[in-house]
Design a protein around this ligand. Sequence first.
Ligand code: FMN
Length: 334
Amino acid sequence: MIADIAKVSIAPMMDWTDRHCRAFHRVLSRRARLYTEMVTTGAVIHGPRERLLGFSEPEHPVAVQLGGSDPADLAEAARICADFGYDEINLNVGCPSDRVQNGRFGACLMQEPVLVGECVAAMKAAISLPVTVKCRIGVDDQDAEEALDRLSDCVVAASCDELTVHARKAWLQGLSPKENRDIPPLDYPRVYRLKAARPDLPIAINGGIKTWAEIHEHLKHLDGVMLGRVAYHEPEILLGVDRELHGEEPPVADGFEAVEAYEPFIAEQLAKGERLHNITRHMLGLFTGRPGARAYRRHLATEAVKPGANLNTLRDAVAHVSRAVERLAPADAA
Ligand SMILES: Cc1cc2nc3c(=O)[nH]c(=O)nc-3n(C[C@H](O)[C@H](O)[C@H](O)COP(=O)(O)O)c2cc1C
């Protein structure tokens, strides 16, 4: 069991939740658990490890998500990730992309629950970290009652530490992974029923959750909530994690302070030769809903890609928001 289960986590998202993005999200919450993008066992075992797995200390607690279906490879990859210092190893049983299906892992593993159990057991035997699974409620024409029950039976038997359920089926043919994140419809009650039937298994829910009211409602039934797109597109929602769920002040008060707190990380990365855009592309959602947010986004999108872009480029972008807020302040006070 995960001793101090984080109630809110930020979903693994390919091309989005890289180390820059995670370092930025960590500025907004000390408590949210962060997930890497999915990394395949082949890449972990044979690829450039530091580039694929490197992360910075402040990211803790941080989980790595593995893609694979060979128990021995998963055990070896889990060992490598444990040595890197990750806090949790998560297995992807939810991605429907063709590439992943060809490798016989991701969502198609919903059809092979016994193998998923073997994968979890192999990783648990190899390391002492929590091993968790992120899955769907089923795929294609599977019966979602039976498919999710069988999967959870197999992972429970293998001593899985937590199951995160993206509360919709995956369709393995005919839909792109992007479409598969909005179609077919979500089925939250299915995940609640799973928890009622297996009260000892920590279960988190994922899919379409966008507000604090929704998070609180899910937490009446379940142990955790995983936020995906909303955390990326409206990162200020993360300011609520420490306050609403842990009774602690967030590390920063608002988006302006978040940028200030993130600046040393950016400066360090720029000094290593990283391009500003590779970092600030994950910050475009900051200030969403505030006056000046569009000008902030436009400024970053056009200027941060230019050679020589630096912290001043970011500060100039933020100034669009501060000026707009100042312009509105007297009217607000009236
Ligand atoms: C750009 C993008 C990349 C994703 N990559 C992964 C991934 O690597 N592994 C995974 O398990 N899910 C991945 N997902 C799915 C999310 O983890 C999550 O399950 C999904 O977006 C639904 O949650 P949401 O409605 O809160 O966004 C990805 C989603 C997005 C938007």
